[in-house]
Design a protein around this ligand. Structure first.
Ligand code: SAH
Length: 386
């Protein structure tokens, strides 16, 4: 097997699985794009097998500390291991494999009952897509396997964007039920691979504060928080999203569940501002915006955006009101996000106390030593009486 000889500061010697071009001292045996390579230290000691792509700054990702062959059996074993940690999930709707966090760098596999959605995000995984599809078929026996290879990160690996059916019949939009709430999933056209799987467990947890209340769900997408709030008997639920498709889905999902939701197609920043000027009051506000920053460079802008929506949301809440807020920006740490909330509370002249912390769902595991696997954090806070 060809090899990459790495300098002593390489991140793989500190628990990471990524190899940067700058960490490679020497390449032996002329590996081609996508090839498996051995990782060696300067003294020739073996540090694992990785998949190589010289076209990317991130030239290799380790797939194992062992001398493995990345073949059908390898993928089957990885998927079985991934399934073991998800065995306790009550509904068959979850991320089966979360890339590096499941020992499959560059591969994301989502399951919606008997429909499986695959993403191959690196050159090496794309090259092995057929192997992965065979392994998915062997382990999960789905009716249909779809690829959602339209994520722009593929461009960094020199890959084209594609979406389509890989195995089985083409799935029309279908219904799933998670935590007792029904939602329509369109795996070919929906945002992400159909649903925001990482938030599914947060819906019922936030809905605990919704009974009898006036609820505003901002950045609602298909209405996960709004639907659960309505189902537990919120007095009124308003869901805001700027996407017309999302608003249609919210209304459709509301009907499916026999609940009433006012879905508003609007920019949430503008909506919050207008409600603040109208002196509206809400008892529960949910903020679940998209990532405001994809890089370290724009973190300050992202923090300003977070502060603005928090400040406005706090002004809409009376004492006893609840704010459930989330950030999915990897580059905004939990501490930085918490500080934004504290700063917004100062400006809003409110005291908020934490009643619950949130993480990404357990089907998106976080690996110790691999900070990039952690991205979603959230807080449910109560506005205290003065
Ligand atoms: N809460 C959702 C996920 C939200 S993802 C869930 O659990 O499923 C972020 C959503 O914000 C997307 O649906 C996107 O369409 C919407 N969005 C992005 N920018 C927006 C803006 N400025 N105003 C309103 N919605 C926005």
């Amino acid at each position: 097997m060809p090899a990459l000889v790495l300098g002593p500061k390489a991140r793989v010697f500190r628990g990471h699985v990524w190899v940067y071009a700058s960490e490679v001292i020497r390449t032996e045996g002329d590996p081609g794009p996508g090839d498996a390579v051995e990782l060696l230290d300067k003294k020739g000691r073996f540090a694992g097998v990785a998949l190589y792509n010289p076209a990317s700054q991130l030239v290799a990702r380790r797939v194992s500390r062992r001398r493995v062959t990345v073949d059908h059996a390898f993928f089957v074993e990885r998927l079985q291991q991934a399934l073991r940690v998800r065995a306790g999930f009550p509904d068959p709707v979850y991320r089966v494999a979360f890339s590096e966090a499941d020992g499959l760098p560059g591969a994301v596999v989502d399951r919606y009952g008997d429909v499986v959605v695959l993403q191959t995000l690196t050159f090496a995984m794309d090259q092995r897509q057929d192997l992965l599809v065979d392994a998915i078929q062997a382990v999960l026996s789905p009716r249909t396997i779809v690829e959602r290879n339209d994520a722009s990160v593929r461009k960094l690996e020199g890959l084209a964007l594609r979406t389509g059916v890989l195995r089985g019949p083409e799935p029309a939009p279908f219904e799933v039920s998670v935590h007792g709430v029904r939602q329509v999933v369109d795996v070919l056209q929906g945002q992400k691979t159909g649903l925001y799987l990482d938030q599914l467990d947060a819906y019922p947890r936030v809905a605990r504060y919704a009974a009898g209340k006036r609820v505003l769900d901002c950045f609602s997408n298909q209405g996960g928080f709004a639907l659960h709030a309505a189902r537990v008997g919120a007095r009124q639920v308003i869901a805001v999203d700027q996407s017309a498709g999302a608003v249609q889905s919210i209304l459709h999902n509301a009907k499916l569940n026999g609940v009433e939701i006012e879905a508003v197609e609007a920019n949430a920043f503008d909506y919050l501002k207008a409600e603040e000027q109208a002196r509206s009051g809400f008892d529960l506000v949910v903020l679940d915006p998209p990532s405001f920053t994809r890089s370290k460079k724009s973190v300050q802008d992202a923090l300003r955006g977070y502060k603005e929506i928090h400040l406005r949301a706090m002004r809409l809440l009376a004492p006893g009101g609840v704010l459930a807020t989330f950030s999915c920006s990897h580059h905004v740490s939990r501490e930085a996000f918490w500080q934004v909330i504290a700063d917004a509370a100062v400006d809003a002249r409110r005291t908020l106390r934490l009643v619950e912390s949130h993480d990404q769902r357990a089907d998106h595991p976080v690996v110790a030593g691999l900070p990039e696997t952690e991205y979603l954090k959230g807080f449910t806070l109560e506005v205290m009486a003065d």
